[in-house]
Design a protein around this ligand. Structure first.
Ligand code: FNR
Length: 182
């Protein structure tokens, strides 16, 4: 079996730590898992008036989520919550009412920030949103990553400091996704 995971990165910044984390952590997963990082930077701002005729990028996002068996959110924290770009993507794919792409897809949460709280508040907000959308989330282990020198090695992989922690996180995520999908 091949497990398909849709990855959503909560930052549009070119050198985003969270994008680097999303790129690097997939190398810690077994080969039976494939990861597809979804583009959310080209989505229009959500407007309920457009529900009946969703824009191309919105339809694409929904199709990619529908095709995935599981989700991985890797998000920045902005002002103690998730960045608006991520909330915008979540709102788009939740609509029209009754046609949410999210329901039932199991999700893992990761986040890195330059402060030592490591996106803890953003992830807590994200859990709240996902609970409403009927997305079960991996409870433990939590991963609040402090983005500092040495997080990644020169090849862009997870550096030695965080390697054991993130490998353990990935092992638990992989086992839990298999259990959830059945
Ligand atoms: C931040 N940052 C931040 N960090 C944090 O730990 N808690 C916070 O509430 C905030 N708030 C915040 C608001 C805004 C508007 C910006 C631009 C930044 C700092 C943030 O952790 C830092 O910019 C990271 O580099 C963002 O993640 P990426 O883009 O590197 O993935």
């Amino acid at each position: 079996t091949q497990y398909r995971i849709a990855v959503l990165v909560g930052s549009l910044r070119k050198d985003s730590f969270n994008r680097q984390l999303a790129n690097a952590i997939v190398n810690l997963a077994p080969s039976e898992f494939s990861f597809n990082q979804l583009e959310i930077g080209d989505l229009p701002l959500y407007n309920q008036d457009d529900d009946a005729h969703q824009a191309g990028p919105v339809k694409r996002l929904k199709a990619e989520i529908a095709d995935a068996q599981g989700l991985l959110f890797v998000t920045a924290e902005y002002n103690r919550s998730i960045p608006g770009v991520l909330k915008n993507a979540i709102d788009h794919a939740s609509r029209p009412y009754g046609q949410s792409a999210w329901a039932g897809k199991p999700a893992g949460l990761l986040g890195a920030s330059i402060s030592s709280i490591g996106t803890a508040m953003a992830q807590q907000h994200l859990r709240n949103v996902l609970a409403y959308l009927d997305v079960p989330t991996l409870g433990q282990p939590e991963a609040f990553i402090h983005a500092k020198d040495g997080l990644f090695d020169s090849a862009g992989n997870i550096g030695p400091d965080g390697k054991a922690f993130l490998q353990n996180w990935m092992n638990k995520y992989v086992a839990w996704i298999k259990e959830q999908i059945g």
